[in-house]
Design a binder for this molecule. Structure first.
Ligand code: IVH
Length: 706
């Protein structure tokens, strides 16, 4: 018998077809691995496609023989980026921002209030430059560097250990007898010096290779090389300034003490870091760093302040994704003047109409700017801006540049009239939003909602964005590309997950489009399959309900745990179930605006259909109940009377961190009352209802923080 791999499909016997399907499945799995994980394909895209085609032809002729996990409907791809993932035991968080001196004074006042401190009590703060690089977590076990991870989404980063080991400023071994904990995750910033960046770009240009935009991107690009030899050839540096997991205990009691230890272990620490007892002196240090900024050998974008005392840091804890004990004081934006050539109207996800200035290109702080936001109709009026004017614009950090003022206006400048209908084909009416008091608000919205193609498209962009479904290779550009496409449209979230089904025959439809080769089509479908399984919190956030941001998505997922319970709760609320409503309102950060937005969203039939279609395509991962192992997890706690060891805010934050719900009043649902001196009616009501009541000291004993 001749080799079955040579035989034409139409001539294969049943037995031969069976053997061939098995062989093709194994072969394709092997090549998938080489392509996705090792980044080292051994066959061309065309050869890979020929295998796929043959497999499909055999399956079409012998449908009964199709393998259960046939390559034709392959789900889940190996990690496409080529780096494995590392979960951070202690999340890598971001910092809240301050933009002026008053924001910093407010930050200090918040800390005092939270800790119930008097005006004369001192809280020492450290101040250090905010390095414009990328954050890194280095894990040392018994003094040896064992792994290095990028921040990623804060919870899971990329394993870049091999690359980090090529950075000479990062010790692979910490000294003995230097008070190094058994486990210590040292966090800091990988960056590139400005002079090194310029030299590297010159070399790249000579070789006709990629030119980088700024030192930060270069550092990131250099670190994310699959080949560690390339990283080794790039002059990367590292400043140590923070930490993740430390066990069995912290080797210092202050921020400054920790950084001094880092220095003694051989790390570079920033020489401009200083400690201050007084806010005004702290602000003077900011001014000094700002003055020195142009001469520093590396880019910085602000000054970070941190509470020095680690015990106070622990009491202050976190709000959402940032510590309450730290803030980044950003440097002011950079400015430039240019000509406003035109004004376009953009329609956002919520239908809000935003006027956008199209500008004569101008460089602001090293970046070419061609667009700037004009915010809304009122802002246009306030600025009195006309097309043809010379305007002053500013760019702060990564945010969209904005128009500050009109510098001069030529005689032939043209007045701009704000549209009364949506620029989309439906020409829906534009309505001016009302504020809570009924006055006219500044926002004008298209009334078309999901029918408006602009809003729908923005919803889809939000759906695939980094903090939502985050599908590799399906970003804003691709949504534009697929949106309302004749044969391979993506009009609603569910369409993303039926894309490959609708393009069955060897992805010919996708491949006939610009920019999609054989393997990139496969990669896109694999990336989509990868996100078919999605955590509940991300799904809720991805739906794009107004006021339901990332943190609210997490709160809702943490409270309802699975999609069915979440949906049931919302539907009960819509049908007037008061208890369900109260339960939702009792959650942290959930107020009437969120409830109204969810009600309005789920009341609409078109939205419900959109959601139902989507859910049918997904495998939703249930959320975990917060900190289930604490003694108060899942309980509803009420604090009353005068608390002496903590402020009210602090008590609430502490209980919530331990997985408890904090309520303001006693009800049958209350599990525990913590009563300080002077407790009155709440204590009585709790006693009447037989609710367990403890003192503040007993609370600390209960949670093991005595
Ligand atoms: S402290 C809990 N200190 O800023 C927060 N961050 O917006 C710990 N960064 O991702 C961060 N210089 O990459 C801290 N001196 C500094 C910093 C700094 C730069 C970055 C860091 C972080 C981001 C937070």
């Amino acid at each position: 018998m001749s080799d079955p791999s040579e035989i034409d499909v139409s001539l294969l016997t049943n037995e031969q077809a069976k053997a061939e399907l098995k062989r093709l499945a194994e072969l394709m799995a092997h090549h998938d691995q080489l392509y996705h994980t090792n980044d080292a394909p051994e066959i061309s895209d065309a050869e890979y496609d020929a295998l796929k085609r043959r497999n499909l032809e055999i399956e079409t002729r012998f449908p009964d023989l199709k393998l259960e996990n046939s390559p034709s409907d392959k789900v889940g791809a190996p990690v496409a980026s080529g780096f494995s993932k590392i979960s951070h035991n202690v999340a890598m968080l971001s910092l809240d921002n301050a933009f002026n001196d008053q924001d910093v004074r407010d930050f200090a006042a918040r800390i005092r209030r939270f800790l119930s401190l008097g005006a004369s009590d001192k809280v020492a703060l450290t101040a250090e430059p905010k390095i414009d690089g990328l954050s890194m977590s280095l894990r040392y076990e018994n003094g040896t560097l064992v792994s290095a991870a990028t921040r990623g989404d804060g919870a899971v980063g990329e394993n870049v250990t091999a690359n980090v080991k090529t950075i000479s400023e990062i010790p692979q071994q910490l000294p003995e007898n230097a008070n190094v904990p058994e486990i210590v995750e040292i966090r800091g910033e990988v960056y590139m010096r400005r002079d090194d960046f310029f030299a590297l770009n010159e070399k790249q240009a000579e070789l006709g290779k990629q030119i980088y935009v700024n030192p930060r991107n270069t550092a990131a690009g250099s670190l994310r090389q699959l080949n560690a030899k390339i990283t080794a050839s790039r002059p990367l540096k590292f400043f140590a300034y923070a930490w993740g997991e430390v066990a069995p205990e912290m080797p210092a009691t202050t921020q400054m003490g920790m950084v001094e230890l880092y220095k003694s272990w051989g790390f570079s620490v920033n020489p401009l870091m200083q400690r201050f007892d007084d806010i005004e002196a702290l602000l003077q240090h900011y001014a000094k760093i700002e003055e020195e900024r142009p001469e520093l050998p590396y880019d910085i974008d602000g000054v970070v302040y941190k509470v020095d005392d680690l015990a106070l840091q622990a009491r202050l804890g976190f709000i959402s994704r940032s510590p309450r004990w730290a803030i980044a004081h950003k440097f002011p934006a950079e400015k430039a003047s240019t000509i406003l050539k035109d004004i376009d109207i953009q329609v956002g996800r919520t239908g809000a109409l935003t006027p956008v200035a199209r500008l004569e290109p101008v460089t602001v702080g090293g970046v070419v700017v061609t667009n700037a936001t004009l915010h809304n109709a009122e802002e246009l009026e306030r600025l009195g801006v006309k097309i043809g004017d010379t305007v002053r614009i500013e760019r702060a950090g990564d945010v969209i540049p904005k128009v500050l003022e009109v510098v001069s206006s030529p005689d032939d400048a043209v007045e701009f009239e704000f549209p009364k209908t949506c620029p989309c084909d439906l020409k829906s009416e534009v309505v001016q939003e009302k504020t809570a008091s009924g006055a006219a608000g500044v926002i004008r919205r298209c009334s078309g909602e999901f029918a408006c193609p602009y809003q729908r498209k923005e919803h889809l962009k939000h759906f695939v964005s980094r903090k939502a479904f985050d599908i590799d290779g399906l970003g804003e550009k691709q949504i534009e590309y697929f949106y309302q496409d004749e044969s391979l449209y993506i009009n609603s979230p569910a369409d993303i997950f039926t894309l490959s089904k609708r393009d069955q025959t060897n992805f010919t439809k996708l491949k006939n489009r610009d920019g999609y080769g054989d393997l990139s089509a496969q990669k896109l479908f694999d990336a989509i399959e990868d996100k078919r399984t999605i955590p509940l919190a991300k799904l809720i956030f991805a739906l794009g309900i107004r006021h339901v941001g990332e943190a609210t998505g997490k709160t809702l997922a943490g409270a309802y745990l699975n999609w069915a319970s979440f949906e049931e709760a919302i539907m009960s609320i819509i049908s007037g179930d008061e208890a369900a409503l109260q339960e939702l309102l009792a959650l942290d950060d959930i107020g009437p605006a969120v409830v109204d937005a969810m009600r309005q969203f789920f009341e609409r039939d078109d939205n419900r259909k959109m959601v139902d279609d989507l859910i049918a395509e997904l495998n939703i991962l249930d959320a975990e109940a917060p900190s289930a192992d604490s003694p108060v997890a899942g309980q509803t706690v009420v604090f009353t009377g005068k608390l002496e060891r903590m402020s009210r805010d602090e008590a609430k934050a502490m209980a919530e961190q331990l997985g408890a719900k904090v309520a303001g009043s006693i009800s049958k649902k209350t599990d525990l009352l913590v009563a300080g001196p002077g407790a009155g009616s709440k204590l009585k009501k709790a006693t009447d209802l037989g609710i367990k009541t403890i003192t503040e000291d007993e609370w600390f004993t209960l949670i093991g923080r005595d």
